[in-house]
Design a protein around this ligand. Structure first.
Ligand code: ZN
Length: 217
């Protein structure tokens, strides 16, 4: 659900006025909002007295159901109240779950962020990973690879891509098979830095595979 509220705002020159600010963003309702947010164009206001244009900070609930991302974005100045924010977030999350139509599907934890900048950085880094995943999907058949997906929230938690390469006909439920798939991909394109990083990680700690194998489909 995308929600905006009329809020009282003070401009950097001390003028007080009211403006409509977004306090909840649902990307599934309104995909364009994600780009506006990344371009830092949401909640930009212009002071009616002095004309100053600035970003009006307020609490934002960000939800992208496809990517399994729920972020509670508190104003940066709340950073020293992290514990209280976390308690508040838990309560509000439980409440929100009761209102979500797709509540059965929400089995992932919300993230707590401070400042819109942190959300923008997170979205940009996930876009980078998505670009690499798109390259893998494109190359898969040429490189005789199969791909398998894991849940976006799990991939985010482990800081790994959510589309994984396996040699065609290989066993998808084995770490060694995933490692060969990653090697084939990277030998072909060593610019896929998130996959390079993942190969390094899983070659060192094959046990990472235990965290993902039940989720592979
Ligand atoms: Zn002003």
């Amino acid at each position: 659900m995308t929600i905006s509220n009329l809020e009282e705002i003070e401009c950097p020159n001390g003028h007080v006025f009211e403006a409509e600010l977004l306090s909840a963003i649902s990307v599934s309702d309104n995909p364009k909002l994600k780009n506006l947010l990344i371009d830092e164009e949401i909640n930009l206001v212009s002071c009616p007295e002095c004309g100053k244009v600035f970003y009006a900070e307020c609490f934002i609930l960000y939800h992208d159901s496809k990517n399994e991302l729920i972020a509670f974005v508190y104003p940066l100045s709340f950073q020293n109240q992290a514990v209280q924010c976390k308690i508040k977030m838990r309560k509000e999350f439980e409440l929100a779950l009761e209102n979500f139509e797709e509540k059965q599907k929400i089995n992932y934890e919300p993230l707590m962020l401070f400042g819109i900048e942190d959300l923008v950085l997170l979205l940009l880094s996930e876009q980078d990973i998505e670009d690499e995943e798109a390259v893998l999907k494109c190359l898969a058949s040429k490189l005789l690879l199969d791909t398998a997906d894991i849940a976006p929230s799990l991939a985010r938690k482990l800081k790994i891509p959510k589309v994984l390469p396996f040699p065609r006909g290989g066993k998808k439920l084995e770490a060694k098979s995933l490692i060969s798939g990653l090697r084939i991909l990277i030998e072909h394109n060593s610019n896929l830095l998130h996959y390079v990083e993942f190969l390094k990680k899983i070659s060192e700690y094959e046990t990472i595979f235990e965290d993902i194998k039940d989720d592979i489909n």
